[in-house]
Design a protein around this ligand. Structure first.
Ligand code: HSE
Length: 379
């Protein structure tokens, strides 16, 4: 395999270093904003040097962001090159277009590292579908926020200090808003649900709340209920369509999800025959994520020429069922009293509400209090 890297940041450097030890794969060109001694002689500032080079059979996109990543990936597939990416933003945004290009050109398109960092999640999700039917997926899918919440909970450090450390460790996205506002998880859930249920789950249809406004008192409130605060994603196959959401949750201490530390992710699937299967490992960071990219390259070397599903019909998202209690903290005086089951200072626990109702309430409260915090309470 003669491959080229688009991007030489946290993941790109990791991929380049791991590949050096693997016979049969050579990274011959590297697109990067600046050169350094690791890529001297292979460096280019121009994607054309890679996309127009017939000797290069595989393009590894690890630059992140939607543009120009989409343009480069689509040009690569149109030129008959295999593509591996770790970029969930571009995969979620152009899911159907990427599948269509992959099919049309008969090339491999793999993005295992895009969901769960170093965890072999998407490959196993697509494997488990064979002879079975996935009914649920979900869990902790973001290393940065799990790292922040774990350190705030265990060490009492400030949100901003924990975020800074997550950035230094290479866990966070270039713009960490995507992590703390839940958009990174929303994209990962969109891709995972689309693969799991063989359909297209539009990321815009997934209600999403993050942890930007979390305070130590929210972690304390979770502790008082025998829970740990986690940012999690859940999705279920319904008779017609699917349910899906991303939000902070109070997770009972005895549940496996509550014990997930630091940048670790724990993603699970439930299938009719297999039951529940959990996949856990480092969800972010240079070498775990780079390793997953390299495994995709090795799959291509061994003959894989596909994506994880061929189907991409749009699915309806319905979050109107399965009510649960929700925790809200807000300075707004407009909290509807008829929905309250418990109150303590500026926080309230609601009577059971569906995800749809809880997010409607969150949107209303946000108009008066942009720092409102909401978390579902799992039992
Ligand atoms: N920013 C992401 C995370 C990187 O923290 O999980 C891995 O997708």
């Amino acid at each position: 395999m003669k491959a080229a890297l688009l991007g030489h940041g946290t993941i790109g450097v990791g991929v380049d270093r791991i590949v050096k030890e693997i016979p049969g794969i050579e990274i011959v060109r590297v697109l990067a904003l600046e050169t350094d001694e690791e890529i001297i002689g292979r460096h280019t500032f121009s994607a054309d040097d890679i996309l127009g080079d017939p000797e290069i059979d595989t393009v590894i996109e690890v630059m992140g962001g939607i543009h120009p990543a989409w343009e480069f990936i689509s040009r690569a597939m149109e030129a008959g090159k295999h593509v591996v990416t770790a970029n969930k933003a571009v995969v979620a945004a152009y899911y159907r277009e990427l599948l269509a290009l992959q099919k049309k050109h008969g090339v491999a398109f793999r993005c295992t590292a895009a969901v769960g960092g170093g965890i072999p999640w998407l490959v196993n999700l697509s494997r488990e579908k064979q002879g079975d039917r996935i009914t649920k997926i979900g869990g902790i899918m973001n290393g940065t926020t799990n790292y922040i919440l774990s350190r705030m909970d265990l060490e009492g450090i400030a949100f901003s200090d924990a975020l800074l450390d997550a950035q230094k460790l290479g866990y966070a996205e270039k713009d960490p808003s995507a992590d703390i506002d839940g958009d990174d998880v929303r994209r990962k859930l969109s891709i995972s649900a689309s693969v799991a249920y063989d359909c297209f789950v539009d990321e815009q249809m997934i209600p999403t709340a993050g942890i930007r406004s979390v305070l130590p008192e929210d972690l304390r409130a979770a502790r008082e209920k025998g829970c740990v605060l986690k940012l999690a994603a859940f999705s279920e196959r319904l008779e017609a369509g699917i349910s899906a959401c991303v939000a902070p949750f109070f997770v009972p201490r005895e549940r496996l999800l509550a014990s997930v530390p630091a940048n670790v992710n724990l993603i699970s699937l439930t299938a009719e025959h297999a039951g529940e299967l959990c996949f856990s490992g480092q969800g972010a960071g240079r070498y775990p994520t780079a390793k997953n990219v390299v495994l995709d390259l090795l799959d291509i070397v061994s003959g894989v020429r596909c994506f994880y599903t061929e189907a991409a019909a749009p699915a309806a998202v319905d979050n109107g069922s399965t009510p649960t209690a929700w925790y809200f903290r807000t300075v707004s005086e407009d909290f509807p009293e008829d929905l309250v089951s418990e109150r303590s200072g500026s926080s309230a626990v609601t009577k059971p509400l569906s995800v749809l109702e809880a997010f409607r309430l969150l949107d209303e409260l946000r108009k008066k209090d942009p720092a409102v915090f909401m978390a579902g309470i799992l039992s």
